[in-house]
Write a protein that binds this ligand. Structure first.
Ligand code: COA
Length: 140
């Protein structure tokens, strides 16, 4: 296990990212090439990857619509967990979001995962008691 390198995702990484998510995290309606390409078109710098040489070991997306920001698709390779890689990815995403004008960032935390709760609390996120996250699936 070498030094972890962090860099933005590019279109040539998409196959590896999709393969990585199959084992590293839950499925999702935006786990598609098309969805990633749309995001990269909008904010190429905010989709950050962590690498051990040519092995993809972590992902995070700092989503920003100019009004609200959120962090998504945080996932770390099982064998690379508990080494501070997620903390570093979130810190990098936060710095970029701040540089774009964000003042508050949300995280959708899997409600069946104690590990996820522990992680988000450890990086300063707390349960939002003011609003309840409602969602509507717009897929055809
Ligand atoms: C949650 C996840 C992203 C954490 O990644 P990670 O790289 O292992 O996290 P870090 O090493 O940066 O941990 C930072 C802190 O989070 C907390 N934490 C992380 N994993 C934990 C665990 N299994 N149990 C308790 N606390 C944990 C600790 O406070 C840790 O600091 P410490 O190691 O100094 O005690 C990773 O477990 C993962 O990919 N899980 C599957 C996908 C997922 O749940 N993603 C979150 C979406 S809501």
């Amino acid at each position: 296990m070498g030094t972890i390198q962090y860099r933005s995702c590019t279109s040539s990484d998409i196959d590896q990212v999709l393969k990585f998510w199959e084992t590293a995290t839950h499925g999702g309606s935006t786990n598609t090439r098309e969805a990633i390409l749309i995001f990269l078109e909008l904010h190429p710098d905010l989709f950050i990857l962590a690498w051990d040489a040519d092995l993809l070991v972590g992902t995070v997306i700092g989503a920003w619509d100019g009004w609200r920001a959120s962090i998504a698709r945080l996932a770390i390779h099982e064998e690379y967990r508990r080494r501070g890689i997620a903390r570093e990815l979130v810190a990098r995403a936060e710095r970029l979001l701040i540089s774009k004008g964000t003042r508050r960032v949300y995280a959708n935390v899997f409600n069946d995962s104690q590990v996820a709760f522990e992680f988000w609390r450890s990086v300063g996120f707390t349960p939002n008691t003011i609003v309840e996250p409602y969602a509507k699936d717009l897929s055809p």
